[in-house]
Design a protein around this ligand. Structure first.
Ligand code: MOS
Length: 752
């Protein structure tokens, strides 16, 4: 089966929020954001902007009719800045005009009197000043302090780990259309329609049933629209309510890059201790999360950082400190992996440095510490169904790691100015929202009298293929072709209280709900079929649209059976609800069973570094991945390759640059470089683990969205191995990403 939107995407006919023809009288809005990163907002001068031709109104904090505050966890964020501005681009006002050009001109004409305060952009500095969004927490297992004396090798160090721009193709946008009786219809590019519904209702002072949010598809989300699509929808809603007219906001790329949060940058301290056999005895890490101005999702992101700090390794003594440091940057937010990659990174650095000290290769240490069944994480969950070792062993064998290493060693011996490097990355990623209550999914299935089927779930199509997965699942449960099934927009009037499409869990939760709904309809239909054919429903099955009895086709088709069911007044629509059992997690204690299951995989990356120029290529990625029983192999492959690409970008090319005054200087694609097709490895091999099942996923499948992101991390270390083949790495702090500039400086440390 192909991705169900592919024919529309490749021909440019897929509709996004602003592709639907505009309703009559629709107005356009542009945000006026703070020119400085930190200051007291003394006064606003909006007169000149109001005089711009076409400008209809300017909305500020004062204009908000209902709650002036929004926020994912707590209402800690004013929709517009009121008395203070906390980051450059902090929304202060919304200029609404009859054209986008007029609104843009108006926004440029706004000015604010701001008493500047010195901004803090470094989380270590924020930590030292006590600027924290929540209490700093320590999570422990075993006894780290008493074990150091038993360690043969101990290394410690500091890390500066950068953030990452989401760079979804479609920037944030929303269209709000007033309806009769004070109701609002909202089209939003959001991963979380119920969050948009709740906060639009909140800022307008309406009950939620007066607000309808509809989401057809997103041009990418990656976490960037899990919480931060809400702001723009709320702003447009305030404008629409005030002017009683449709209002649309479409952020320009530079505005989107300056005004929205990103993957959290972290600063980290680590210490690791090993015995002479390469067993990790103790690991300590302190995460200083650069959270940005408001809480947003920083707490939960930091939680996943903590949960994944030991990644795929069994470590008896662990101490993890986690601080959410408040800085004068846009609130950093969800981004594929949700803090997991930042949790895993320092342990790989620690292993790399321990390996250097011991005179072994990092994969020698990695392979000696992989988790297996029975291992108990520091948060109390016991590992079950572990395929970590299997993916590692298959990667080593199938891709001939020995041969790769020999080939690279020979190449490096022969070449003076070009060096190759190689690294491996094992990944163990927990599947479920760590906020346990979010683990619920809903599906509404309609079978119409012509036999065609409509599926609506809480899942948001953001390119990842959830719609295709839902069609494939309904098709398999009903026993009818894909073409008879349509997957609809996500709508808060068809599905209530939708969890965000996030945490890799969307197909799991909504797919299982779809199975439940389809089975409810099917059991009624088969009962009617049994009456018609004079047999027990248990003997019947539908295959490719035809009813089979004991495995042999009957005369009865799906369409005929649907009509018979309808005339018998038996339901042809059902709502399915699913929540995975057995989850419990105490976020305060950091203890419980947060994950329904884990996904596993191992990635190998080969790189070549030009030691004169500092440029490099990623030559090969070779992955063994555990997908359980994949629903649609091409859709899953797309997720694995896309995740890899984003992970590669994070550790290599993508460099967010902020000036000391807190100004984002990489605010456009001229200054922010992301991987393109050409950057991707020429050799991309993927081997799916065979004969695996997953009782936790729909039809035995496994979640796929986030785990492959972490494979890209191997490129960081592969590049460093190549550098080390040329010259030793000298550094007081390990810095990521490894941009070509940084590679060049590492190759020639004396020329700094
Ligand atoms: Mo995703 S980073 O869980 O929105």
């Amino acid at each position: 089966m192909r991705h169900c939107g592919s024919h529309l995407h490749v021909s440019g006919r897929s509709q996004y929020v602003d592709d639907v023809p505009a309703p009559k009288g629709m107005l356009h809005a542009v945000v006026f954001g703070s020119p400085v990163a930190h200051g007291k907002l003394l006064s606003l001068d909006l007169e000149a902007a109001k005089a711009v031709e076409g400008v209809k109104a300017i909305v500020t904090y004062e204009s908000i009719p209902g709650s002036k505050m929004i926020g994912a966890l707590a209402l800690d964020e004013p929709l517009f800045a009121d008395k203070e501005v906390l980051f450059q681009g902090h929304p202060i006002a919304l200029v609404i005009a009859d054209s986008h050009a007029a609104a843009t001109k108006g926004a440029k004409t706004c000015s604010a009197e701001i008493e500047e305060l010195s901004p803090v952009t470094c989380p270590r500095e924020a930590f030292a000043k006590g600027l924290l969004l929540q209490e700093t927490r320590v999570f422990e297992k075993g006894d780290v302090d008493s074990i150091w004396s038993e360690c043969e090798t101990i290394v410690a160090g500091k890390i500066d780990l950068a953030g990452q721009e989401h760079l979804y193709l479609e920037t944030n946008r929303a269209r709000v259309i007033p309806q009769e009786d004070g109701q609002m219809k909202v089209y939003s590019s959001t991963q979380s329609p119920s969050a948009v519904q709740k906060h639009v209702a909140g800022v307008l002072g309406l009950p939620m049933h007066k607000v309808e949010v509809d989401v057809k598809r997103l041009g990418g989300g990656f976490g960037g629209k899990e919480d931060q699509a809400t702001h723009w929808a709320c702003m447009a809603a305030v404008g629409a309510a005030l002017l009683k007219a449709p209002v649309q906001i479409v952020l320009s790329r530079p505005d989107d890059m300056r005004m929205t949060g990103k993957r959290h940058p972290y600063k980290q301290d680590f210490k690791i201790g090993l015995d002479s056999a390469g067993k990790i005895l103790a690991y300590e890490v302190h995460h200083f999360q650069n959270s940005g101005a408001y809480m947003d999702l920083s707490g939960p992101v930091l939680e996943r950082t903590v949960l994944h700090s030991t990644n795929a390794y069994a470590i008896p003594n662990v101490r993890i400190r986690a601080a959410a440091c408040r800085t004068n940057l846009p609130s950093n937010t969800a981004y594929r992996g949700f803090g997991g990659p930042q949790g895993m990174f320092p342990l790989e650095v620690a292993i790399e440095q321990a390996a250097a000290k011991m005179g072994v290769s990092p994969d020698w240490i990695q392979s000696r510490n992989l988790i297996s069944d029975g291992y108990v994480f520091q948060y109390g969950q016991e590992m079950e169904g572990c395929n970590m070792q299997r993916t590692w062993d298959e990667a080593v064998e199938h891709f001939d790691v020995k041969g790769i290493k020999a080939r690279i060693a020979a190449f490096n011996k022969e070449n003076l100015m070009v060096k190759k490097g190689f690294a491996m990355m094992p990944v163990c990623f927990g599947i479920s929202f760590t906020k346990t209550f979010l683990n619920q999914g809903s599906s509404l299935v309609h079978v119409y009298t012509d036999g065609s089927v409509s599926v609506t779930t809480g899942g948001i199509e953001m390119g990842q293929g959830i719609s295709s997965n839902m069609i494939a699942i309904a098709s398999r449960v009903f026993g009818i072709p894909h073409a008879w099934i349509n997957s609809n927009s996500t709508n808060t009037r068809r599905i209530a209280n939708i969890s965000p499409s996030a945490a890799s869990a969307t197909s799991d939760l909504n797919g299982n709900a779809t199975i439940i709904a389809c089975n409810e309809i099917l059991s009624g239909m088969l009962k009617i079929a049994g009456e018609h054919l004079g047999c027990s429903p248990e003997a019947l099955k539908i295959v490719n649209g035809v009813v089979q009895r004991d495995g042999a086709p009957t005369e009865l088709t799906w369409q005929q059976l649907v009509l018979k069911t309808y005339f018998a007044r038996v339901q042809l629509m059902a709502h399915g609800f699913y929540s995975p059992p057995d989850l419990h997690y105490d976020g305060v204690k950091g203890f419980g069973k947060p994950f329904h299951y884990y996904t596993f995989g191992t990635c190998l990356i080969e790189t070549t570094v030009d030691c004169l120029r500092g440029t490099y290529t990623i030559d090969a990625s070779r992955i063994v991945h555990d997908l359980g029983r994949t629903i649609i192999p091409t859709v899953d492959r797309g997720q694995i390759e896309g995740g890899l690409a984003q992970g590669l970008g994070w550790v290599t090319l993508e460099e967010l640059s902020f000036s000391d005054s807190g100004r984002l200087t990489s605010h456009a694609l001229s200054t922010y470089k992301a991987p393109d097709a050409d950057f991707m490895p020429d050799v991309m091999e993927l081997k799916l683990l065979e004969n695996v099942d997953n009782p936790g996923g729909p039809l035995g499948s496994k979640a796929v969205g986030e785990p492959p992101f972490m494979y890209g991390t191997a490129a960081y270390f592969a590049i460093r191995r190549a550098i080390e083949a040329y010259t030793p790495l000298i550094e007081d702090e390990v810095r990521c990403p490894m941009t070509p500039e940084r590679v060049l400086l590492s190759l020639y440390p004396n020329f700094k």
